[in-house]
Every structure is written in structure tokens, then in C-alpha cells.
Write a new protein. Sequence first.
Length: 350
Amino acid sequence: MTNIFKTAALAAAVVGATLTVGAGAASAQAEVTLRCHHFLSPMGSVPRRFIEPWAERIEAESNGRIDVEIYPAMQLGGTPPSLYDQVRDGVVDCVWTIPAYTPGRFPEAETFELPFMTSMSGEASSRAAWDFTQEHLMERFSDVHLMAVHVHGPGVIHTTNAPITSISDFNGLQLRGPSRMANALLEELGATPVGMPVPAFPEALSRGTVDGGVIPWEVVPALRVEELAENHTQIGGDRALYNTYFIWAMNPDTYASLPDDLKAVIDANSGVETSAWAGRAMDEGDEVAETAIRERGNTIVTLDDAVVAELRAVGEEVTQRWIEEMNGLGLDGQQLVDDARALVAQYSDQ
């Protein structure tokens, strides 16, 4: 597995092919080279704890016949919202991305981004997300080969001036949100939501464009957010304030072109267990990051039960409006919510 940092010219030169034989020294013995693209720093917990180990496993289980090249931080060009189309169109072979960066294309996926839908375990909720996806989203994702879907842990509110300790503290704040549903919740709480991909968050903080935002602990150190927003608010209880739905997907023609025994290697590293692995990577990253930020001396508060109950009431209003919106699209919004809640409860109990 090669974690490649190429010049823009070289990156542009390699974008065109979808399946490369004998691509460079790192893959001289490989029959197939997979180029995988994502928007995070290579120091993030998902690249370090999931994407890179996944690539190493693919190479080992294929006996070196597959080489996986990882291009972090959008090194092959484009923006985070373009990643789905890149893998669909064969510009790259696989991507890790967030469907919510293209609002309206995957409405069923928003179910797992609703307020207080997921548990505090990214691993358990990712198992639920995979099963839900198999039931409700495979037609939406029919133009890619889906290998895993996952969510993160509970998520945290990060602010520059003071920690949020009550609902009234949201009033007037400009807060970054990752998705349409997170933004809807922030707005209902009195904040002004500012939607942006997570790589843009640090610059927005440094420029004062936002007063804070929501991201999970695990990605904070990779973005150095703890240096820009030194106040952090955690949500108590057994459900997350919000979440983000991620996919790990391959170009379907790339997958179809593999011989059967190499397809089997990909298949063995896809599905519910791989989804759980990605969620677990974020859980583990949360623990490491929170410990480091506490040691740094930043202010960390956990909301008490009364405030969480208020938040859940507001979250339920957002959920009910979403259900009505989905019904207007010809979907059964209540059924989507019921199915997701049942799966989250099932895997959280396990």
C-alpha cells in the first residue's frame, strides 16, 4: 500500500485510468492498482485506523496481486462533494465520502443523520447503518459498488468563546454543520448554521467566519481545531445529538473487471463487519483525541440530563418535519425512522 503525495501534474496524469497494470515501483508485482481518494488528512483516525489497514489487508489477502494507492486530502483534484461522481464515473477506483455533501441525492441516508437517532457507539450504529442501507438505499447506490457504510460516535460541539451549557447558548452563534439535518437542528436551536465540508472548518474558525461547529472528537487533532476552538460540549445520555453517514465505495466497472478470486478478496473486506470496523476506528479515535484535548487543558463540559431532554424535544420536532418532507417525496418517512431506530437499538443492545 502506498500513501502517495504527488505533485499536481503527476496527479492529473494518473486521474484518467480506472484500472492500472504495473503502475510504478510500488505496484510492479501487482496485477491491479486501485486508486482510492478521500478528503481527510492522512493523520485522521479513519485513514490511519481504517482506510490504510483495509488497503494493507487487501494487498496481503491478494498475495500482492492488488496494490492500493491512497490519495488523501483531495490530492487527485476536485472538492469533497465531487468524490461520489469521481468513483461513479471511473475517475478513481474507490472513495471514502459523505453523501450529505450532495443534498437531495440520497434522502434515505439522512435517516441516520437525524437528531438522537444513533447510539453513542459508532461501531454499533454502523452495523445498523449497513443493514438499513441494504433495505432502503441499494437502488440509490446502484451506480457504485458499495463496500461499507458507517457513522461516527456521539459528536461534540466546539466553540471559540465559551462552552455551550444550555439551549439559550446557541442563540446567535454561527456554527458549522456537516449535513442538511445537522443544520436543521442547529437552526431550530437558535444558531445560524453554516454548511461546509470538514476540511474547510479550521480556516472558517481562524477567519472568524464561524463561532464553532459540530465534529466528532476523532477528527479534531487532525484539523487542529482544539487550538482554534478551546471549548467543547459533549451530549449526555444514550443517543447522539447528530451524526454523519459515510460510504466506502468502488467504481462498479473496476470491481467487475477483477477476476473472481480478487473479487472474493474485496467481498471478504466489505459488508457489515467492514462497516463496523470503520465505525470502531472513529470510536477509538474519539478516545485518543478526547484524552489528548483534556491533557491540553481545554474546557470540556457534558450537558446535564435536563438540558439533554430539552435538546431531544427539539430534535423530535426536526425529525417529525423530516418525516413529512419524506412523505412528500413519496417515501414512507415514519417507516424509515422506525426501521433505523429498531436497528440501532438491536445492535446497541448487543
